[in-house]
Structures are given as structure tokens and as C-alpha cells.
Design a protein around this ligand. Sequence first.
Ligand code: PMV
Length: 351
Amino acid sequence: MVYEATASAPVNIAVIKYWGKRDTKLILPTNSSLSVTLDQDHLRSTTTSRADASFAKDRLWLNGEEEAIKEGGRLHTCIKELRAWRLEEESKQDSLPKIGDLKLHIASYNNFPTAAGLASSASGLAALVASLAALYELPQSRSELSRIARQGSGSACRSLFGGFVAWREGHAKDGSDSLAEEVAPREHWPDLQALICVVSDAKKGTSSTSGMQATVETSPLLQERLRVVPQRMVDISTAIEARDFDEFGRITMADSNQFHAVCLDTAPPIFYLNDTSRAIIALVQELNRASEANGNGLVAAYTFDAGPNAVLYAPAANMPVVIAAVNKYFPQANAFADPFQMGTTATLPAG
Ligand code: PMV
């Protein structure tokens, strides 16, 4: 009997950013965050987990390269907690095969550049948790599983859901209420599309883990951010509910700008945006200014994570204009290897 399960999880892109931990071990955030899960075939992690009596120890491969599972590390924590749930089920139901005690081999693939500000850790850890949950046939809900994924990589908790997803910061000291939940399914707003502009697929200079810790320790501006984010969470949820792109876009850009301002306010400063990123911001601003001058709404909204790559959100009807503008002003975009050409439309998830 082979005990094996495969699961795949997509990348999510935050529109209200998570940046800062109040508990670094449990990965409890300093603020709630909200993201859109992208449903695009070439932005996914796929993980296969196998339990077998012949395995001598737990092992994990990422894109074919073995990664150490360090005792007490994040991967170790996720595996340990899911295994404990399985063992609990086995103790309750005699008929269940005893696989909780077997060692695991786990193989994970990202079909996009790892650690390039494209949230590879989010989809990677979410796929790992989903594959183990499937292997162990766990009865826990996605939100409950998100508590485990959160301990692998904070933003991973949001990739367990499709559509529009909130990670509620929670207040419990043990992290029991710091979990992800669906704000709206993808079908609620099918007209919203995302365009990924890969400015660089190089590994980022400052990891999100060390960057956000430095911000928490040194940035006075972070306090202001923590003051305004709760209202933004409410407002953007209302905008999603009403499918109000103007409001959604304004909040998204304001939050991205503030996140990067907080990075700059960190000592020493962290720069994730580069000249191309700033040129993309200027382009989106110009498209929006011209549209508003004609009495129309926003054309597109940008957001940037811990790297120079832009994600542009826009209603489907505006996407051709956005893609044409990006291709016109960034002709070098065509030089980027497929499938990461600028101008690639990332279609959003089905659910
Ligand atoms: O989950 P991490 O440690 O990879 O942090 C992700 C942080 C941002 O991508 C910058 C923001 C977010 O909410 O996804």
C-alpha cells in the first residue's frame, strides 16, 4: 500500500500587506492582512508527500534540491503539528491505517522563480500543508489548517483559500485565533484581473523574515501604519463586497506605498523597489490621471511585495489598455523569458 498525496496551491498577492511579527516563533502578525489568490497555472506550488515504513527520516526536496528539515524550524513545526493531528485521529478510530508514525518524503515544485518577491514561500508552505492534510485525511477545516501553514510562512495561511482572503491577526497568545478566512469567493468578482510584471526574477536581497523584524525594531512609522490598517481592512472588504474598483485600487496602492515607506523608515533602510518598479508606478498613475480627467474611474492599481515585481489589478475591460501601455513603455519586457513576460495576464482563481 502506497500512502501518498499531491496538492497544489497558488500564489496570493496581498492588497493589505503583512509586515511585522508580534511573536516570531508562532508567526503572529502585528496587523491583519488581505490578499487575492491568483489562479494561474504558472504561479503554483505542487507538493507530493509520501509516508513509507522504509523511510529512515523525514526529508524534503524543493525543486529537486534537498532542503534540511531543521529540528524546531518552521518546516519541522508544520510537519509535527499535522502528524500530531493524524495520530490523534488514529487513536480515536481503530480502522485508520497507522501512518502517522511513518517517516515522510516530501517533494515540492514551484513553477516560477523562488524568493523573487512572488510569494513563493506562501504557495510552497500552503501546498505542503494541503498535501499532508490530504495524505493524513485530516478532518480539520481550511481555517484550522491555515494556523499550521501560518507557522511555516505567515502569508502561506492565505494561500489555502481561493478568492479574497483575510488573515485575521487574532489576539490569543497561543495564536489559536490568528488564521485565514474567505472574505469573498473568486466568483464574486470575476471581472477583476491581475497582471504580473516580472521586473527581476533574481533572489531578493533582504528576506521578508529579517526585513520585517528590522522594521518592527527600528521604524517609528510602523506605529502609524498599525493605527491605519484596521480601518483599511474594513474599507477594502466593503469595496470587494461592492465590487468597487476605484476604492479597491486606491486602498491597494496606498497600502503598497505605505509598506515600502515603512521599509525605507527601517534602519538600515530596505529598498525593494527599483527604477523599473518606480517607472511602472508612474505609468499607472498617468493612466489613472488621464482617465479621471475624462470623468472616468481608475484604470489600474499597482502593488509590490518584498521585491521589485509589480502586480497590476484592473477590471477586465481595462486590461488591454494596461498591457499595451506596459509593452509600449517597457519594450525590454519582451526579452524576459516565457512565461514571465511583462504583459502576461494572470487570471484569477475559480474558488
Ligand atoms: O510570509 P512572508 O514571510 O513571506 O512575508 C510576506 C510579506 C509580504 O509579501 C511583503 C506581504 C504579504 O502580506 O504577503
